[in-house]
Write a protein that binds this ligand. Structure first.
Ligand code: GLC
Length: 445
C-alpha cells in the first residue's frame, strides 16, 4: 500500500504542506489557488462574521456569541458554526475550505496541533502586533507557545486542555481504597477488586479509536513509561521505536487484553467514553476537563459530582502522569476581510469575564493565569485547581508542519496495537520508520 506522503515526493515543500494527507483529494477537486472571498458580508451596515468552532456540549460558546451579538447590535453579527467533534475531521473540512480560498471564514477555533501547518501555509493571520508581548505575559506560557510558530504569534489562547483521570470515589471507598491509583498496575488491581465488589460493568475507559484522541491516549501511555515520539531537544530525531515507548504500548494493549477495559474502547472517542462514565458504567475514565461540567447536569449524568474524583493520570513508576497538551486557540483566517472585527470578537471571548463563564459553566480551563486564583472559579470548578498541578506535567504532541500526516499514522498504529492487529513492537517499529520518512521528505522537499 502506498504510504501517506509518498505522492508528495516531487512537490515543493509548500505544496507538500498544502496537499499533505487527505488534503490531496481536496486540492485536486478545488484547486489550491486562493479564489478570494473571506467571511465578510455587509448587511445594512452590520458586519457579519463566521465563527468556525468545535461543537460545545456545555452551551457556553453559543451563549457568549449571543452575548457579543447583543452588545454589538447593529454593528456586528457573529454566526456560530460548530464543525465536527473529531478534531482531525474538522481540520480536513477546514483545510478544504482554506485551500479553496477560505471563503466564509473569519474566526477559527483551532487546536494546538494545527498552528504550525496553518501558519506555514499562510492561512491564518500573524497577530504578533495585536496580541502584544505585554499581553502575552498574562497567559499560561504553554498556551502562548501553542500559538507561536517560528517566532510569530498566530492566534490568541482561549482554553487549555489536558488528559485527566476521572474515578468513582464512592466505589473505590467501598472497596477499601483511599485514593486514586498512582500507577497503571494499581489501576488494574483496583479495577479487579471493584468489579468483584460491585455491579459496575467496566474498569478503565478512554479514547482508543483510530483518530486524534487515540493519538493523545497512546502518547500518554508512551510518556508515562518514560518514552517519547520525537526527541524534545531535536525534533528531527524519532524515538518512538525505543524500549520505553514499546513498554507504554504494551501496557496500553494490556488494558484491553486483561479485560480491565472493554473491547469497545478501541472505537471510543470522547463522547462515547463520557457517555459510558456518566451512565455509571465505568470505574475509571480518561478524558478532558469539559466532562466535569456535564457531571453536574442531572439530565446528562446518572452519577453525581460527589461520587467522582479527578486526578492526574497514573504512570509506570508512580510519578504524576503526563496528560497531552490540548489547547484550543482562536485564529483569524488570513483571507477574512474583517480582520479588525474578528480581532474585536476574539478580544471579547478571551477577556477574563468570558473565560470565567466558560470555566464555571463549561469547566474549560482558562488560559489567563489570574483565573486560577479566582475564589469563585476555585470553589465552583474544583477541576480547575487540580488542573493547575496537572498542567505542570503535560506534554505537547510533536510540533511540526507535517503533524496531520504524522497523526494519521500514529492513530492507525496505536489503534492496531490496542486491538491486537499489531504487536506493540511492530506498531512502534512501523512508526519509527514512518515518522523518519516524513521528516526526511520534509527536509528534501
Ligand atoms: C481535545 C483537545 C485537542 C485534541 C482533541 C483530541 O479537544 O483539546 O487538543 O486534539 O481533544 O480528540
Amino acid at each position: 500500500m502506498k504510504r501517506i506522503g509518498e505522492s508528495a515526493r516531487t512537490l515543493s515543500r509548500r505544496d507538500f504542506l498544502k496537499v499533505g494527507g487527505t488534503g490531496l483529494a481536496a486540492a485536486a477537486l478545488l484547486g489550491v489557488a486562493g479564489c478570494g472571498g473571506g467571511g465578510e458580508q455587509q448587511a445594512g451596515g452590520v458586519t457579519e462574521l463566521v465563527f468556525s468552532a468545535s461543537p460545545d456540549d456545555t452551551g457556553s460558546a453559543k451563549k457568549l456569541v449571543d452575548k457579543f451579538n447583543e452588545q454589538n447590535k447593529g454593528k456586528y453579527k457573529v454566526t456560530f458554526r460548530p464543525g465536527n467533534a473529531d478534531t482531525g475531521q474538522r481540520f480536513d473540512q477546514l483545510r478544504t475550505q482554506l485551500q479553496a480560498g477560505g471563503e466564509n471564514l473569519d474566526v477559527i477555533l483551532g487546536d494546538v496541533i494545527w498552528t504550525a501547518q496553518l501558519a506555514e501555509n499562510g492561512w491564518i493571520s500573524d497577530l504578533s502586533n495585536r496580541f502584544t508581548e505585554d499581553m502575552r505575559g498574562d497567559y499560561l506560557p504553554g498556551s502562548v507557545e501553542a500559538i507561536t510558530y517560528e517566532g510569530k504569534t498566530y492566534g490568541m489562547p482561549w482554553f487549555t486542555d489536558t488528559g485527566l483521570l476521572y474515578y468513582r470515589k464512592d466505589l473505590l471507598e467501598e472497596s477499601g481504597f483511599s485514593g486514586p491509583p498512582k500507577t497503571w498496575d494499581e489501576l488494574k488491581q483496583m479495577t479487579e477488586k471493584v468489579l468483584q465488589d460491585s455491579e459496575i460493568k467496566f474498569g478503565y475507559i478512554f479514547q482508543g479509536a483510530n483518530y486524534e484522541g487515540g493519538v493523545c491516549n497512546g502518547l500518554e501511555f508512551i510518556w508515562t513509561h518514560g518514552g517519547e515520539a520525537l526527541d524534545p531537544q531535536d525534533s528531527n530525531k524519532v524515538l518512538i521505536g525505543s524500549p520505553e515507548a514499546v513498554a507504554g504500548l504494551e501496557t496500553y494493549r494490556s488494558m484491553v487484553a486483561s479485560g480491565v477495559s472493554p473491547k469497545a474502547v478501541t472505537t471510543y472517542k470522547e463522547d462515547e467514553s463520557a457517555g459510558a462514565f456518566l451512565n455509571g458504567d465505568a470505574v475509571f475514565m480518561r478524558n478532558w476537563p469539559y466532562v466535569y461540567a456535564i457531571l453536574s447536569d442531572p439530565a446528562e449524568s446518572k452519577i453525581r459530582p460527589e461520587q467522582v474524583g479527578v486526578s492526574e493520570l497514573p504512570s509506570a513508576d508512580g510519578e504524576p502522569g503526563n496528560g497531552t497538551v490540548g489547547d484550543q486557540p482562536l485564529y483569524i483566517s488570513a483571507s477574512s476581510k474583517n480582520q479588525d472585527a474578528a480581532w474585536e470578537f476574539i478580544t471579547f471571548l478571551t477577556a477574563s469575564e468570558q473565560q470565567k463563564l466558560r470555566a464555571v459553566e463549561g469547566s474549560y480551563l482558562p488560559t489567563l493565569i489570574s483565573l486560577y486564583d479566582d475564589a469563585e472559579v476555585r470553589a465552583k470548578v474544583p477541576v480547575v485547581a487540580l488542573a493547575k498541578d496537572a498542567l505542570k506535567n503535560t506534554r505537547p504532541r510533536p510540533v511540526s508542519p507535517y503533524y496531520s500526516d504524522m497523526s494519521l499514522v500514529m492513530g492507525k498504529q496505536f489503534n492496531a496495537a490496542l486491538t491486537g492487529d499489531s504487536t506493540p513492537q511492530e506498531a512502534a517499529r512501523t512508526l519509527q520508520r514512518d515518522l523518519e520518512d516524513f521528516i526526511k521528505q520534509g527536509q528534501e522537499a
